[in-house]
Design a protein around this ligand. Structure first.
Ligand code: ZN
Length: 208
């Protein structure tokens, strides 16, 4: 495993204090188990003997040299995100450099890239799909692609953003975005909902 730390935390369910190992760096090429745990939501979580599992938010650097993907997780807000962008710029790294606010967002990025898709087009499509249901605040996460059936599988939360439900959309709509929209410049590291909303507006005004 990469850089690790230990956090002393209390279980919110039973109050028992315990040590949890935190993984703060993953290289997907040789840390297969850490990547599996990340995707399963088991990484950096307090799995208490009482049965409650509590995710812990920590900074993390995820590197997948084969996919040319570099992601920094910055759960502590804007200042930390700005610092991560500066660190990436100074590193001289090229490829897909991404800064995200949560392990969930990292997990989604990894799923998208592993599926061979472009995250910017997925984020744009998400905004378009949410606009059609009339609720841009809804949590929607990419899950997987089924090329044979020609569909994308998502997790779409309910109106209160508490209950996740499976959702599908045609893969053709994704392909249309890739064919017609312009990919963001390499300097754009925050490919998220806010980015997609302004990119979608530019797309619509450009089409008129
Ligand atoms: Zn507990």
């Amino acid at each position: 495993m990469g850089v690790t730390g230990v956090a002393h935390v209390e279980c919110p369910a039973c109050g028992r204090a315990q040590d949890v190992t935190l993984v703060q760096s993953i290289n997907a090429r040789n840390e297969i188990e850490a990547k599996r745990a990340l995707l399963a939501g088991e990484l950096n979580a307090l799995a208490c003997a009482c049965g409650r599992t509590t995710p812990l938010f920590t900074t993390m650097l995820f590197v997948d040299p084969d996919a040319d993907l570099y992601v920094r997780v910055c759960p502590d807000g804007e200042a930390q995100i700005a610092e991560a962008v500066t660190l990436f710029r100074a590193s001289g790294a090229t490829g897909r450099l991404r800064v995200v606010p949560s392990p969930n967002a990292l997990r989604e990025k990894v799923k998208i890239i592993d599926a061979g898709l472009d995250d910017w087009a997925i984020e744009l499509l998400k905004v378009i799909l949410l606009a059609t249901i009339g609720d841009l605040e809804r949590i929607m996460l990419f899950d997987r692609v089924d090329h044979e059936a020609g569909v994308l599988h998502w997790v779409l939360f309910d109106e209160t953003n508490t209950q996740p439900r499976p959702h599908q959309s045609p893969l053709a709509a994704y392909a249309r975005i890739v064919a017609t929209a312009k990919a963001p410049p390499a300097t754009e590291m925050q490919i998220d909902r806010a980015w997609a909303v302004s990119a979608a507006q530019a797309l619509v005004s450009g089409a008129n």
